[in-house]
Design a binder for this molecule. Structure first.
Ligand code: G3P
Ligand code: CA
Length: 252
């Protein structure tokens, strides 16, 4: 059980709040993380990208437009510029002035909770940039509570070179017929993919499990998809609607 150390004892699939509790507060902000950390969920999921001066900040989109009062790409702004943006007003006036958190701020808060985090490294990260993330995890004593994940092959390979024993997950939009060779090549502990992909490829899920890899689903937001993937014995689910999950669990 590769996720044994990551799970709440006695539980089946772990539950991760996608970008915090984004149904209840603006995604990838401290209010959303604090709600998720105060809930029954095991994990908090978040996205990390680098500012133009190399500071890791928590933000999903390439462009600032959808969830802030800024414009243009995150990667074209300094950390000081990012720190002035309002990442809460789009969601509701009660969150006006909410900032884009840095990874440092997130780790400092995570450290005081008992939760775990799925930290997604967006886009390509160099070995030096990855060393910075691993150093921050170790400085905050979070090695047993933070799992890294990425869609980027470059990032996964660099991570393998820089931190070969660090737990990490490969993100894929579609499962191939046999994802095991790739999972072995990247040295990951598991594969995360869409609920649709899992439902369409139960054979691939079985092969991953037989080879000792975990299988995680994103982003699972309805009782129907939950019931569909649950019977495949998946190891974790990432959801936008964590507060509805208890009733689904009871109903399936
Ligand atoms: O954790 C996996 C999931 O978050 C990947 O999709 O686009 O929401 O980052 P995205
Ligand atoms: Ca993500």
């Amino acid at each position: 059980d590769v996720f044994g150390a990551l799970r709440t004892p006695g539980e089946g699939a772990f539950i991760a709040g996608h970008r915090g509790d984004r149904a209840a507060a603006p995604e990838n902000t401290m209010p959303a993380f604090e709600l998720a950390m105060a809930s029954e969920m095991d994990f908090v999921e978040t996205d990390v990208q680098l500012t133009s001066d190399g500071v890791p900040v928590l933000f999903h989109d390439v462009d600032l437009k959808r969830t802030t009062n800024g414009r243009g790409r995150v990667a074209e702004h300094t950390a000081a510029q990012i720190a002035t943006l309002d990442a809460g007003s789009w969601y509701g006036s009660v969150y006006a002035g909410t900032r884009i958190p840095t990874l440092e701020e997130f780790f400092a808060t995570l450290r005081t909770s008992h939760k775990k985090a799925l930290v997604e490294l967006k886009f390509g990260w160099s070995p030096d940039q990855l060393r910075g993330v691993i150093d921050a995890i170790e400085r905050h004593d979070l090695r047993s509570r933070v799992v890294l994940q990425s869609f980027s092959i470059e990032t996964l390979l660099n991570l393998q070179a820089v931190a070969p024993t660090y737990p990490r997950i490969m993100l894929v939009r579609e499962l191939s017929a046999d994802p095991v060779p790739m999972a072995k090549r990247f040295g990951v502990i598991g594969v995360a993919t869409t609920a649709r992909s899992v439902a369409a490829a139960p054979g691939a899920v079985n092969l991953l499990h037989e080879a000792g890899f975990g299988v995680i689903c994103y982003t699972l937001n309805t009782q129907e998809t939950w019931a569909e993937v649950r019977q495949l014995g998946i190891d974790g689910i990432i959801t936008d609607t964590p507060s509805e999950l208890d009733s689904w669990l009871a109903a399936t």
